[in-house]
Write a protein that binds this ligand. Structure first.
Ligand code: HGY
Ligand code: MN
Ligand code: MN
Ligand code: MN
Length: 411
């Protein structure tokens, strides 16, 4: 009976460690920023593993990778699963990678046991999930799901002015398929929680019912470059002072919406960034999140009013550009219930929860019944080289994926 089927946790762990060798950082993490040579190497390693399992690989115009295992009923839409391989600059070894390699491990286990499924299976690797180089995040899964136009996505530039399309070209990642040219019967994304809940409750797995909403902004403050020695304090137009007050205001804005709101200034560009010139132009990025869209609306209004007031206080001009708006997502109950049933079949204690982090599943949920599986990570820490997870928990997450796929692909 396939209910007893389990994956090979040691093989999954070895592959995660092999992938972590690519872009390995001195602090024990991974740096495979989207569409760089390191990302290309990681994608190539995954494709070699897929080819070794006889999967048919295709890529679409955004470089999303699809590795398909045929089903006995080829007319059915594929049951899909996967995540991303690109990382933050100081990323960990598990964010994204676990979801991709758990999917590969499930396919290999089914092949080892010669278990066929009625629906085809499709392992998905979504490009440019992190948004660390090309914002907004989850861009390629967003194009697949129709959240973004292809031309908009291809024209995004990094800090050096390289477009995403040029980067795809540079690493040979551009595929032929039209983005979103095929339907998925379901999509499951296994991922580390990147938060503290599962570890705190001593649980191996979580069934994710949704994802909080997130909005990204680029806020600029413009004053006047001037001499730091000869310019009296009164009358300065110091853009960095305005930006600094704004950073604190963003923290206060999130604390005022406790306990769920978060707001972070992750990037600052200070020009001309010279010891003895008063900064005339500063740009910061804001990442704000909350499970409730109306609260996000209120937070955005507060952001706009704070930028205006604080800029005026320092006699600065200011600009605000919203660069991402991913609404809160509620996953499809039938998909969530398939994960409930899978966790029960594996005998794992688990809980349902929503995700604080954004995922490709946020967009795919627009075009297919979608849900996620979480496993704990140490201290809930992620987007940090010290990110770590236990083989036992990763194995449990992949077993839940295996049992869910068997249910979804044979229903
Ligand atoms: O931003 C996010 O939540 C995801 O890690 N890209
Ligand atoms: Mn991720
Ligand atoms: Mn991430
Ligand atoms: Mn993700």
């Amino acid at each position: 009976m396939t209910d007893q089927l389990r994956i090979d946790g040691a093989r999954l762990w070895r592959r995660i460690m092999d992938m972590a060798e690519i872009g390995a950082t001195p602090g024990g993490g991974s740096c495979r920023v989207a569409l760089t040579e390191e990302d290309a190497e990681g994608r190539a390693l995954l494709c070699r593993w897929c080819e070794g399992l006889g999967l048919r690989i295709t890529k679409d115009r955004m470089g999303n990778i699809f590795a398909r295992r045929p089903g006995t009923d080829g007319d059915r839409d594929p049951v899909a699963f996967g995540s991303h391989l690109d990382t933050q600059p100081h990323g960990g070894r598990f964010d994204g990678v676990f979801g991709v390699l758990a999917g590969l491990e499930v396919i290999e286990t089914l092949s080892d046991q010669d278990v066929q499924t009625r629906a085809p299976l499709e392992l998905c690797v979504w490009s440019n999930e992190e948004g660390a180089r090309f914002a907004p995040p989850m861009l390629a899964s967003g194009v697949f799901a129709g959240s973004y136009e292809l031309d908009f996505a291809l024209s995004r530039t990094d800090n050096d002015g390289v477009t995403l399309d040029q980067a795809l070209e540079q690493i040979g990642a551009r595929g032929e398929r039209v983005c979103g040219d095929h339907r998925l019967a379901a999509f499951i994304e296994p991922h580390i929680e990147q938060g503290p809940i599962l570890e705190r409750e001593g649980l191996k797995v979580g069934v994710v019912t949704g994802v909080q909403g997130s909005r990204w902004f680029r806020v600029s403050f413009t004053g006047q470059d001037a001499h730091t020695g000869a310019t009296p304090m009164p009358g300065r137009r110091d853009a960095l002072v305005g930006a600094a007050r704004f950073v604190v205001a963003m923290q206060e804005l999130a604390l005022a919406q406790a306990p769920h709101a978060v707001a972070t200034i992750g990037h600052i560009d200070n020009q001309p960034n010279s010891h003895n010139t008063i900064p005339g132009h500063v740009t910061v990025t804001v990442d704000m999140r909350h499970p409730d869209a109306e609260v996000l609306d209120a937070m955005e209004a507060e952001l706009r009013s704070a930028a205006e007031t604080l800029a005026a206080g320092e006699n600065l001009e200011h600009g605000i550009e919203r660069i991402a708006n991913t609404p809160p997502v509620h996953f499809a109950e039938p998909c969530v219930q398939a994960l409930d049933a899978a966790a029960h079949a594996c005998g794992y204690a688990y809980r349902r929860l929503i995700s604080g982090a954004g995922h490709d599943a946020c967009h795919i949920a627009r075009v297919a019944p979608t849900a996620m599986i979480f496993v704990p990570c140490a201290g809930g820490l992620s987007h940090n080289e010290a990110e770590s997870a236990e083989q036992e928990d990763l194995t449990a997450g992949a077993n839940v994926l295996l049992q869910a796929i068997i249910r979804l692909a044979n229903s």
